[in-house]
Design a protein around this ligand. Structure first.
Ligand code: FCB
Length: 490
């Protein structure tokens, strides 16, 4: 009898072959923004805009991973992780986003991939984690169709360079953030506040994904897999009033279904026209786009952090031409007495359960799912009990969702190390490894040690997750939480 057999039945383990990893993104960790011929990205530009990023910080140096990658790979080996999800900086390998390829930039990723493979760590390569080459933004960015074509060219360049060694590709990270938060709300690069521009960006990101899938498929060998990562936030109406329920429906469309329906449902979401008709006539869509976008993928990456509690709000009475894409007559609020992270984000593992089970029942053709990000932000304390609790509870929710039928194959913790947290700068820390930005010293936190033990023996014991929010309203809420305090998807 093995040790496993002696465990009480309530202990539930993850299947053999389940993938364990950590995740990062290029602009958040690499630094070296002017090294070896890298071109500027929209984040380099955005960080220079006064007030755009907390304390005027930028990714200029970040974790200096461009020079310290070997040490970071060693940390992953210590962790015992079998996989690592990172992103390629498009402007590092194609400084203008099109045209000449920068070999020195490609070499960096080749070295990294080789070291990962030598260390027994499977690379999961994200092609676009928000750092669009500025030269493409100058030509319209994701508002214009041409950027989708350029993205497919870039995907091809990357496959030609890394295809021998990389079997797992992710086209986009969180197109919701790159379109709505970047072109609609202006909180992310390129900092635009446009209605139609944001919705066009969402469409062109999806189109770029589909074009890249086709390009990669032409070249891929058997066993190589292509996926896409979405951030999923179930929405919860704060009361059962028809107004709040409808507001939550609109928010769900904006954040979730705008992307999942064309990718996995074979159609644009049915309520797109009704909800966004005041902003756009969707002239940017063309016949055949839906077929391109809906091409089958091998897996879906889900990034989950929180649910959105939504109430109805008055529509802005602005000039329609100035209306923002997210002016949905809806706003998010924080439930009173909610469990929150060190950043004040509402912690609700049941939302992950709800996401995984919900996707499974909604889309019969849903491919296998990998949780490509999930994590906890705080001020960087080394004894990070809050992060350990967060990880444990979300892993339990994941296991529960699998028992309820969700086909989940892997889990990537966000993040390997503290890094440049976009508009929040360096104060928000998500790493299981602490980074001292003065010295660049890396120090594993308590959560790193916890995660190492968990990966070695992945067993959850907690009570089975339930999701009350799907069946009824949440009672007590603080209405009108200012936007700066709400849990935002960035
Ligand atoms: C996600 C991003 C990731 C990181 C986490 C905290 O939305 O994909 O880069 O910032 O949030």
């Amino acid at each position: 009898m093995t040790a496993t057999d002696e465990r009480p039945a309530m202990l539930r383990t993850f299947p053999a072959g389940f993938v364990w990893g950590t995740a990062t993104a290029a602009y958040q960790i690499e630094g070296a923004v002017d090294d070896d011929g890298r071109g500027p990205s929209i984040w380099d530009t955005f960080c220079r805009v006064p007030g755009a990023v907390a304390r005027g910080e930028s990714g200029d140096v970040a974790c200096d991973h461009y020079h310290r990658w070997q040490e970071d790979v060693d940390l992953m080996k210590d962790l015992g992780a079998g996989a690592y999800r990172f992103s390629v900086a498009w402007p590092r390998v194609m400084p203008d986003g099109r045209g000449p390829v920068n070999r020195r930039g490609l070499d960096f990723y080749r070295r990294l991939v080789d070291a990962l493979r030598e260390g027994g760590i499977e690379p999961y390569v994200t092609l676009y984690h928000w750092d669009l080459p500025q030269a493409l933004e100058d030509r319209g960015g994701w508002r214009v169709r041409d950027t989708a074509e350029r993205f497919a060219d870039y995907a091809e360049v990357m496959y030609e360079s890394l295809g021998e060694s990389v079997s797992n590709w992710i086209t986009l990270n969180e197109p919701y953030c790159s379109s709505i938060v970047g072109y609609g709300e202006g909180r992310h690069a390129p900092g635009a506040k446009e209605g139609e521009g944001a919705l066009a960006a969402a469409h062109h990101l999806l189109l770029g994904h589909g074009l890249a899938v086709a390009r990669l498929r032409e070249m891929a060998r058997p066993g190589q897999r292509i996926g896409v990562t979405l951030n999923m936030s179930p929405t919860v109406p704060v009361t059962s009033s028809p107004q709040d329920v409808d507001a939550a429906r609109r928010m769900d469309l904006l954040v979730n279904r705008q992307f999942t329906e064309p990718l996995f449902g074979g159609a644009y979401a049915a309520d797109m026209a009704e909800t966004f008709g005041r902003i756009t006539d969707f002239a940017f869509r063309r016949d055949g786009d839906l077929e391109i976008i809906g091409r089958p993928v091998d897996y879906l990456g889900v990034n989950y952090y929180y649910r959105l509690h939504v109430e109805a709000a008055p529509y802005e009475e602005a000039d329609p031409a100035l209306r923002t894409a997210f002016d949905l007559g809806a706003r998010t609020v924080s439930p009173e007495h909610a469990r929150t992270s060190g950043l004040g984000w509402v912690v609700e593992p049941e939302g992950l359960y709800e996401t995984l089970v919900g996707l499974t029942s909604r889309y019969p053709d849903l491919p296998p799912v990998y949780i490509t990000e999930n994590g906890y932000g705080d001020d960087g304390v080394l004894e990070d009990e809050g992060r350990i609790d967060y990880l444990r509870d979300h892993l339990t929710a994941t296991r529960d969702a699998m028992e309820a039928g969700a086909d989940v194959r892997g889990y990537f913790c966000w993040s390997l190390m503290d890094n440049f947290e976009w508009a929040r700068g360096y104060s928000a820390r998500f790493g299981i490894v602490h980074v001292d930005y003065e010295t660049q010293a890396r120090t594993p936190k308590a959560s790193f040690h916890w995660m190492r033990d968990f990966i070695a023996d992945p067993v959850v014991t907690g009570p089975v997750t339930v999701s009350p929010a799907t069946t009824g309203p949440v009672d007590i809420l603080v209405a009108g939480t200012p936007r700066s305090e709400r849990p935002a998807g960035d």
